[in-house]
Design a protein around this ligand. Sequence first.
Ligand SMILES: Nc1nc2c(ncn2[C@@H]2O[C@H](COP(=O)(O)OP(=O)(O)O)[C@@H](O)[C@H]2O)c(=O)[nH]1
Ligand SMILES: [Mg+2]
Length: 290
Amino acid sequence: MKTTIVCGLLGAGKTTFVQQLLRNTREKTVVLVNDFGQTGIDGEIFSAGGIEAIELPSGCVCCTLKFDLITTIQKIIATFSPAHLVIEPSGVASPSGVLEALDTLKISPVTVVGIVDATEFAELHETRMYGSFFEDQIINSDIILVNKADLVDEEKIARTAGLVERINPRAIIFRTVNATLQEPVPAVSPAERAISRHLPHFRFDTLSLRLDAGRGLLFYEVFFEDMAKGIYGNVVRAKALAQTDRGPFRFDLSYGRIQRAPFARQITDNRLVIIGEALKKEILLFMSGG
Ligand SMILES: Nc1nc2c(ncn2[C@@H]2O[C@H](COP(=O)(O)OP(=O)(O)O)[C@@H](O)[C@H]2O)c(=O)[nH]1
Ligand SMILES: [Mg+2]
């Protein structure tokens, strides 16, 4: 079984990449997702697209969940015997923890794909806001996508790619829109991987909520705009799946940018996950109707 680990910060484009990857494959593939919160939004996105997805409970795979990760992978092999296992850990996870778990299970070959959001990477790197776990993601990647190339100018893409190359000169770097590669993911030799090191990571506040039914699209639009404005604290990333008066929708907020798209399936429980700092949890709970 070959394995691909897809890492990158919250909202960088990991789920988008996995969807692209699976659209272009005939191999039996299982996706293992480890997201924040118990709301399972990424799992729902995958299964609505007909993708076999297994969710690890909330928590971070690189720390407390390593044992769960090992037993879940063993179960996946026993149940599905896939040709390809794709792991999307949460955005703050360090891939080295996942690499250690795969090593324990003697699973190979393993490819690590790192996804970098070109709209924010250079600034984040300069402020070192997320500390070193974020470099650990780059250092351990074999292939790095400098993604969201549609949202930045050429100068910024070049600067971002330059930074990434300096952190990890061995990685193969691509510039992408919607995490789409024009060619198959190149094969890499695991022997070239840098020694992984497990670094402590930045602790975010997270909140996962169920939202009352019967709210219109406008409610969610205003709610997401207010989150982007900072009314509920410093929201780094939020995502929701909700049934609105105009049908099922998916909402994403990532570093101040809101995206909204119709969802392929009816949504029976409306879910919201928020990751950030100094979140105003009581007001958020009140807004959700909970
Ligand atoms: N404009 C633009 N949006 C993107 C691109 N890649 C991903 N997105 C959007 O960014 C949001 C977060 O993507 P997602 O794949 O869920 O990120 P994840 O948290 O890393 O899994 C979604 O709304 C995507 O549609 C891109 O290259 N350009
Ligand atoms: Mg995701």
